[in-house]
Design a protein around this ligand. Structure first.
Ligand code: ATP
Length: 250
């Protein structure tokens, strides 16, 4: 599989704190790649760099083999990376379709006036949603009436609307119950089925083991190990994170 995103030897300090110390990760096109590690390992810092929220002190970031510099979140988005942060940035009082088209509303001309094209936004919103979840059918429903898992679906639809081909999910199942967690994992699988590359940051080893194709574990700002295939069990992941071991278990 071609490499979609690679970071090469990335360093990032916050004052005296060395958050990333030479991180090189390759994310393959179309895979679900989880980034795990204990608190303070550097996961959020790495994601902020991919999202254009922070810039590395050293090292480079390549998308489809081309070096890119994301000075702003918009630059990351324009390169096809959509990051969904834990707060989801959804407006609870607005409808599903309004959230999906927030800041990029579709309009139509009527008698020389530019009006919101609500019908088209609703039907396009439905098109995005049906790729992910076939239980959410009313695009007029307010987001505050939705469950946590369904809100994730709205945030992911917005990423699809931006034409993202890489979706970065920051702790998408934190604070969700068992059933909602399963819904979110299903959303992640749907993204992959639709050809998207997914980067998943999570502390929940069961969730990671259930969906990830490969897992990179960070430890104190460095890559400890990348795991795949049969070694991807929740127990094995926890073992590596707790022990700091760098050898593959066979
Ligand atoms: N804005 C900041 N200023 C100072 N230090 C920071 C800042 N952001 C992160 N750090 C430090 O950088 C290191 C890496 O933090 P980071 O948030 O990337 O880790 P993490 O793996 O995401 O942890 P967690 O799982 O707790 O979110 C930590 O020691 C953290 O305290």
């Amino acid at each position: 599989m071609p490499v979609k995103i690679s970071t090469r030897d990335i360093y990032k300090n916050y004052g005296a704190v060395e958050a990333l110390r030479g991180v090189s990760v390759e994310v393959h096109e179309g895979e679900i790649h989880a980034i795990c590690g204990d608190n303070g390992a550097g996961k959020s810092t790495l994601i902020k760099i991919l999202a254009g929220v922070e810039q590395p002190d050293q090292g480079s970031l390549l998308v489809d083999g081309t070096e890119r510099h994301f000075d702003t979140p918009n630059a990351s988005l324009r390169a096809g990376l959509a990051t969904i942060h834990q707060d989801l940035a959804v407006a609870p009082d607005m409808s599903i379709y309004q959230n999906i088209f927030m800041g990029a509303e579709l309009t139509r001309r009527v008698l020389g006036l530019r009006l919101l094209d609500k019908r088209r936004m609703r039907s396009d919103a439905m098109g995005y949603m049906s790729q992910l979840n076939d239980t959410i059918t009313d695009m007029n429903a307010k987001v505050n009436a939705l469950s946590g898992g369904q809100r994730q679906a709205v945030a992911i639809c917005r990423a699809l609307r931006w034409n993202a081909n890489v979706v970065i999910l920051d702790e998408p199942t934190a604070a969700l119950g068992v059933r909602e967690t399963e819904q979110v994992l299903e959303l992640v699988r749907s993204l992959k089925k639709n050809g998207k590359t997914v980067i998943l940051i999570s502390h929940a080893m069961n969730d990671v083991a259930a969906v990830a194709d490969r897992v990179t574990i960070l430890r104190t700002g460095k890559v400890q190990i990348t795991l795949e295939g049969g070694s991807l069990t929740a127990d094995n992941l926890s073992h590596y994170i707790l022990s700091g071991e760098v050898n593959r278990v066979h």
